[in-house]
Design a protein around this ligand. Structure first.
Ligand code: GDD
Ligand code: MG
Length: 364
């Protein structure tokens, strides 16, 4: 489908969450700023919004708010104009949208794009907006199908695409179609969200609009979609971008088997593949095998270590013969020689895991 460019569309980006499921990565850095395929995660979302003609974005911030303005400034380096609206205490998704709307310049009938700040999506934002406008909807929700809808907002629709219910994280989902975290709101609908208190769009605003008979539309499609809220999903997002499974104008360089950032030193006897990123000045020694992983800046992976589908934090050290699969190593941590860490293990920043007395051998 041809992508539909827009002009003068304003957007609100929700980036105030604490990213608890991504700890320890998010202890020092908010989830939307984690380095993903070589750049802060949000750079991909911003470049994509920009490619649809979005010119002005209001960031709804709370957790570590100052780090967003340090990273993106006034937006001019990204061809955007960026404003920041910070909640002293988090107002929830609806309260954040209402608060950020104070910085919008558009009129009451204009469509406003609202984005969750942890989503990679290949859908046609322009077409979603065009559908919203032509149907005169109050809100139009991007929907996607997932295997386990119980972890998301479950969104049944009728034959015309009208949303009939919004069931946030229900244990009994009635459809596999879920809220994909990209909305088009008619501006006046945002203004009707109560100001100055915690509001959840998922638990209060959407169910309320549906109950009141407002036209809440679903925009379902089957393009690439991922919420990067867990370590496994975060690593998958990075490798999919590097491999080109989702095109991103923000990817530093062409898609390929791996991405090495400036100053990275990879031994010719090492094997780096599967969409891995090797951070700036990071070292990968001889015989090491890195697959589908994110290696932070200044980290070292010593000889013959194996790192699969994992994150190695900034300045961390992975000793010889170590095996890491599906794990997160915090910034500055040290994994002593011979350790084998598997499925979901997390090593907190600065922790030193001693060398394993009984060496694990990957040949056994
Ligand atoms: N400013 C601000 N203030 N932002 C917030 C707040 C807040 O109080 N709470 C959450 N956010 C932001 C987060 O930073 C994130 O970008 C977005 O709102 C969604 O929050 P998550 O914590 O990631 O929610 P989720 O993934 O469990 O569920 C949401 O996304 C799913 C799709 O990925 C819901 O919208 C679900 O319905 C949806 O299916
Ligand atoms: Mg999320």
């Amino acid at each position: 489908m041809a992508e539909t460019p827009l002009s003068d569309l304003e957007a609100i980006l929700l980036v105030g969450g604490q990213g608890t499921r991504l700890r320890p990565l998010t202890l020092g850095t908010p989830k939307p700023l984690l380095p993903t395929a070589g750049v802060p995660f949000l750079a991909h979302q911003l470049a994509r919004a920009r490619s649809f003609g979005v010119g002005r974005i209001v960031f709804a911030t709370s957790y570590r708010a100052e780090m967003f303005s340090e990273a993106f400034g006034d937006g001019s380096a990204f061809g955007l104009s960026i404003e920041y609206m910070t909640e002293e205490t988090p107002l929830g998704t609806g309260g954040a949208i209402r608060n950020a709307a104070e910085a919008l310049t558009c009129g009451p009938d204009a469509p406003v794009l609202v984005l969750n700040g942890d989503i990679l999506s290949g859908h046609d934002i322009g077409d979603q907006v065009a559908r919203h406008v032509s149907r005169g909807a109050a809100v139009t929700l991007h929907l996607t199908e997932v295997d386990d809808p119980s972890r998301f907002g479950c969104v049944p629709t009728d034959e015309e695409g009208r949303v009939t219910a919004f069931l946030e994280k229900t244990p009994n989902p009635v459809t596999n179609l879920i809220n994909a975290g990209c909305y088009v709101f008619t501006r006046s609908v945002i203004d009707s969200i109560p100001a100055g208190r915690v509001v959840s769009v998922e638990r209060e605003t959407f169910p309320g609009l549906i109950e009141d008979g407002a036209l809440v539309l679903g925009y379902a499609d089957a393009s690439y979609w991922l919420d990067v809220g867990t370590p496994a999903a975060f690593v998958k997002g990075s490798r999919d971008l590097v491999l080109g499974r989702l095109a991103s104008p923000a990817l530093p360089g062409p898609p390929g088997d791996f991405l090495a950032l400036p100053g990275a030193m990879i031994s010719p006897e090492a094997k780096v593949s599967g969409g891995s990123v090797v951070g700036a000045r990071a070292v990968v020694e001889s015989g090491a095998r890195i697959t589908g992983s994110v290696l932070g800046d200044d980290c070292v992976v010593h000889a013959d270590a194996e790192v699969v589908d994992s994150v190695v934090g900034i300045g961390a050290r992975v000793s010889s013969g170590t095996v890491l699969r599906d794990v997160v190593i915090g910034d500055g941590a040290v994994v002593g020689a011979g350790n084998e860490l598997l499925a979901g293990s997390r090593v907190w920043p600065g922790v030193v895991l001693p060398e394993c007395a009984v060496r694990f051998s990957s040949d056994v």
